[in-house]
Design a protein around this ligand. Structure first.
Ligand SMILES: NC(=O)c1ccc[n+]([C@@H]2O[C@H](COP(=O)([O-])OP(=O)(O)OC[C@H]3O[C@@H](n4cnc5c(N)ncnc54)[C@H](OP(=O)(O)O)[C@@H]3O)[C@@H](O)[C@H]2O)c1
Length: 417
C-alpha cells in the first residue's frame, strides 16, 4: 500500500548538454502511456528541458531496471547509455531534489527563473493526460509553492546575468569597438530574444535572420535589429565580424567550409553558439582568426558571475531541509487516504441501508423526525469511525505502514489505485 516516490534523471551534471537531447522523449503522451502500462509506475510526471530529462513516478514496487529499459526503448538508446548518466533517488531525497529544482539550486545557472515555469508546465501537461494523480499533483503543487516562496524571500534569482547578456559581454571582451563591427543574430526564438535585448540595451546595431523572413521582421519590430534573408546570410558570413547563433536546427548552420570561405579576406570573426545541440561546427574554431564559444562555455561564465546568488545557496538549503520533513509527512499521510475513504464510504452506505430499513418499519413520513434520525445515525457512525481513522492517518504520517496493513485486513480493504 505504501507508495514510493521515485525520481530518475539524466541532467547536465552527468552528461554533456549536447548529448542530453538523445535521452529526451519525442512523443510525450506515448511516454506517459508506456511507463504506466508497462511498469509498476502508477503516476508519472516528466520534466524535459535543454538541461535535464527527469521522471518523477509513484510505485509500490518499483524497479530501476524496469524504468531504465522503458526509457531506453522509448528513446532508441542502448541500456549502457544510462550506466554513468542516470541518477535515481526516492522519497525524502526525491522531495529534496524537487525543491532544489523549483528554487533554482539545481539549475545550470543557479536561481534561474525559467525552470519554475517549465515545472509548472510539466505538471499541468501530465495532469491533462491523467499521467499524474493525487500524490504527484500534491507533491508538485507544494514544491512549486515552496520554490516560489524561497525565491521571493531569499532573492536567489536576483543579481545575475542572463545567457544573452553574457554572450554579448563575451563578445565585448573579445572584440574591440563592437559599434564599428557588423553583428549578425541567427534565430528569433527565446534564446535569440535574450541576445537581442542585450544588444539593443547597449546600443549595438545588428542584423537578424530566421528561416521565415516574416519572423525576423516581426522580431525586429519589437526587439530591434535589421531583418535579413536567411539564404543570403548562409552564403554571406564574410559580411560579419560577430555572429550569435541560437536556433534549434538539427544540423550545422555554420559549417567549416562556409566559414573557411568567409575568412578568406578577413582577419577575425567571433562566433557565439547558444544552441544545444550545437548549430556551429566546432571544427570552425581551427580556422585562423575565428574565435568560437559554445553554450557550455557561455553558461560556465554565467555561473562564475553568480556570486551574489551563490552566497544565498546555504540559506535556500536550510529552508529546504526544514520543508522536506513536512512534505514527507504529507506524502505518508496520503498512503492512508484510500483506506480511510473506503472505510467512511462503506460505513455510510451501511448507515443509509439500515436507516431506510428502520424508517420503513416505523412508517415515518414526518420530515423533521426523519432529519433528526438521519443526523443521529451520522453522529454515531462519525464518532465510532473518526478516532481509529485519525490514528491511522497519524500512524501513516509517522511512517508506520504495519498498522495500515493490519487495518486493511480488518476492514477487508482492496486496493483500487
Ligand atoms: N531558451 C533558453 O533559455 C535557452 C537557453 C540556453 C540555450 N538554449 C538553446 O538555444 C537554442 C534555441 O532555443 P530557443 O529556446 O530560442 O528555441 P525557440 O524559441 O524554439 O526558437 C527556435 C529558433 O530556431 C529556429 N530554427 C528552428 N529550426 C531551424 C532550422 N532547421 N534551421 C534554421 N533555424 C531553425 C527558429 O526559426 P524559424 O521558426 O524561423 O525556423 C527559431 O528562431 C536551442 O538550441 C536551445 O537549446 C536556449
Amino acid at each position: 500500500m505504501k507508495q514510493n516516490i521515485i525520481n530518475a534523471r539524466v541532467t547536465f551534471r552527468k552528461s554533456p548538454i549536447h548529448v542530453l537531447e538523445k535521452f529526451a522523449f519525442k512523443d510525450m503522451p506515448n511516454a506517459y502511456l508506456t511507463f504506466k502500462k508497462n511498469s509498476s509506475v502508477s503516476e508519472c510526471v516528466i520534466i524535459q528541458t535543454c538541461n535535464r530529462i527527469e521522471l518523477f513516478a509513484t510505485s509500490d514496487n518499483h524497479n530501476v531496471d524496469e524504468i531504465k529499459n522503458i526509457w531506453a526503448s522509448l528513446t532508441g538508446l542502448e541500456d549502457n547509455a544510462f550506466r554513468d548518466t542516470l541518477e535515481v533517488c526516492e522519497n525524502r531525497d526525491a522531495y529534496e531534489h524537487l525543491l532544489k529544482l523549483t528554487s533554482g539550486l539545481e539549475s545550470l545557472v543557479v536561481g534561474e527563473e525559467q525552470i519554475l515555469g517549465q515545472i509548472k508546465e510539466s505538471i499541468s501537461a501530465a495532469r491533462k493526460v491523467d499521467a499524474s494523480g493525487k500524490r504527484l499533483n500534491k507533491l508538485f503543487e507544494r514544491s512549486i509553492r515552496i520554490g516560489t516562496r524561497i525565491r521571493n524571500s531569499t532573492g536567489i534569482g536576483r543579481g545575475g546575468i542572463s545567457l544573452g547578456s553574457m554572450a554579448v559581454k563575451l563578445a565585448e571582451e573579445n572584440v574591440d569597438d563592437i559599434k564599428s563591427k557588423h553583428v549578425l543574430l541567427i534565430g528569433t526564438g527565446e534564446a535569440a530574444t535574450m541576445v537581442a535585448k542585450s544588444l539593443k540595451k547597449r546600443g549595438y546595431a545588428f542584423n537578424v535572420t530566421s528561416r521565415t523572413l516574416e519572423r525576423s521582421v516581426g522580431f525586429s519590430q519589437t526587439l530591434g535589429g535589421k531583418p535579413v534573408k536567411f539564404e543570403d546570410v548562409l552564403t554571406g558570413f564574410s559580411d560579419y565580424e560577430i555572429i550569435f547563433v541560437a536556433t534549434t536546427a538539427p544540423y550545422f548552420l555554420v559549417t567549416f567550409e562556409k566559414m573557411k570561405d568567409a575568412m578568406k579576406d578577413k582577419s577575425g570573426t567571433m562566433i557565439l553558439d547558444l544552441s544545444n545541440p550545437r548549430t556551429v561546427d566546432e571544427k570552425v574554431a581551427t580556422i585562423p582568426g575565428i574565435k568560437l564559444m559554445n553554450i557550455d562555455q557561455i553558461a560556465e561564465m554565467v555561473d562564475k558571475n553568480m556570486k551574489n546568488r551563490k552566497d544565498k545557496v546555504s540559506t535556500v538549503e536550510n529552508i529546504i531541509s526544514e520543508e522536506v520533513p513536512i512534505i514527507e509527512a504529507t506524502m505518508k499521510r496520503l498512503d492512508a487516504e484510500p483506506l480511510v475513504k473506503d472505510v467512511f464510504t462503506n460505513a455510510d452506505s451501511l448507515r443509509i441501508k439500515e436507516l431506510q430499513k428502520a424508517l420503513q418499519m416505523l412508517g415515518e413520513t414526518d420530515e423533521e423526525r426523519i432529519r433528526i434520525i438521519d443526523d443521529l445515525t451520522k453522529a454515531v457512525v462519525e464518532s465510532i469511525v473518526s478516532t481509529p481513522m485519525n490514528n491511522l492517518r497519524k500512524a501513516s504520517e509517522q511512517g508506520n505502514p504495519d498498522l495500515l496493513d493490519i487495518a486493511s485486513k480488518l476492514f477487508v480493504y482492496k486496493k483500487k489505485e
